[in-house]
Design a protein around this ligand. Structure first.
Ligand SMILES: Nc1nc2c(ncn2[C@@H]2O[C@H](COP(=O)(O)OP(=O)(O)OP(=O)(O)O)[C@@H](O)[C@H]2O)c(=O)[nH]1
Ligand SMILES: [Mg+2]
Length: 307
């Protein structure tokens, strides 16, 4: 199982690792690590979206260790992998699935198309396979067909779902979901929400209301507020995440669509800037394509190294 995941992550990171790996090969082929070479390496990291500050500090460290020395490609890759791993230290934590808090209420938020609904299906599948009784709440009352999309997943995965087709009030659906989950002893309720851009204040108000209303039913809930971040969006998403975090205290991140991104280095920026743990990464469109975020594997694969 672990190996399958590793392969999947490796494939997912191909776009990003090709940029870095080929870049390194081109830059340092039989050259000493002089200032010009270091500058080119720094540009490469910035291009892979590690963020300017991270890229500068990593290359400064490289300079301290290896300036004007003859270097091999793999030596540079290993150095960078270690540096990336250090930057990511502490950025993973598993999603809390402690049963004593049943029903655990998880609410998933994010901008339009960032992967909320698909991720909910993947997460529900994962939790169900671990023996949890899961119920879904279709609180995206904004987009036509959003409820239907979640219902299709629920049917496929044989999961119960709460939807109130007659209401446009997302908070009512969320309230009803947690109520039904509590009364019927579900372990976990996962609530889908509408995609919203952080500058749409009426939608951000709606999000605040959903959370307020859930708390009315159960002050401890929601136990997790997860933000999906699209890895192809790169640095832009960091500002979005900050606004979401102000409205709804985000407890964990899921970085989606890593498989389609040439900017996977963005994960490093996220962890540095947001200091919110990354629980999972999305590595494809199918139901099994949700993986725990493994820092070491990520750090090595992104620079084109294997285990
Ligand atoms: N390649 C890839 N595609 C993904 C991943 N996660 C989601 N997608 C795709 O991204 C698209 C949008 O996903 P949704 O789950 O509908 O996103 P959403 O955030 O619920 O969208 P709205 O409800 O419209 O805001 C779909 O085509 C998904 O299949 C992923 O990890 N990898
Ligand atoms: Mg959706």
């Amino acid at each position: 199982m672990k190996n399958t995941w590793f392969q999947k992550l490796k494939t997912s990171l191909t776009k990003s690792s090709t940029v870095i790996s080929e870049g390194i090969t081109n830059i340092i082929s039989s050259r000493k690590l002089d200032d010009e070479t270091l500058q080119e390496l720094e540009d490469l990291l910035i291009k892979a979206d590690l963020g300017v500050d991270n890229s500068i500090s990593i290359i400064e460290n490289l300079k301290k260790e290896k300036f004007n020395k003859d270097v091999e490609t793999d030596e540079i890759k290993n150095f960078l992998a270690n540096q990336i791993e250090l930057k990511l230290e502490g950025s993973y934590s598993p999603l809390d699935t402690e049963k004593s808090k049943s029903p655990r209420t998880i609410i998933v938020v994010g901008v339009n198309g960032s992967g909320k609904t698909t991720t909910i299906a993947k997460l529900a599948y994962l939790l169900k396979n671990n023996g949890a009784r899961v119920i879904l709440g279709a609180a995206d009352t904004f987009r036509a067909a959003a409820t239907q999309q979640l219902e299709v997943w629920a049917k496929k995965l044989n999961l119960d779902i709460v939807s109130l087709p007659e209401t446009k009030d997302a908070a009512s659906v969320a309230f009803e979901t947690i109520k039904i989950a509590t009364e019927n002893n579900y372990d976990t309720a996962i609530i889908d929400t509408a995609g919203r851009l952080q500058n749409r204040s009426e939608l951000m108000d709606e999000l605040a209301k959903i959370i307020r209303v859930i708390k009315k039913y159960e002050p401890q809930a929601p136990h997790s507020i997860l933000l999906t971040l699209d890895a192809t969006a790169g640095q832009n998403a960091i500002q979005q995440a900050k606004v979401f975090n102000e409205i709804a205290k985000i407890t964990g991140l899921i970085v989606t669509k890593l498989d389609g991104s040439a900017k996977a280095g963005y994960v490093v920026s996220i962890s540095q800037e947001l200091k919110i743990p990354i629980h999972f990464i999305g590595v494809g469109e199918s139901i099994e394509d949700l993986s725990d975020f493994n820092i070491k594997d990520f750090s090595r694969l992104i620079v084109g190294l294997d285990r």
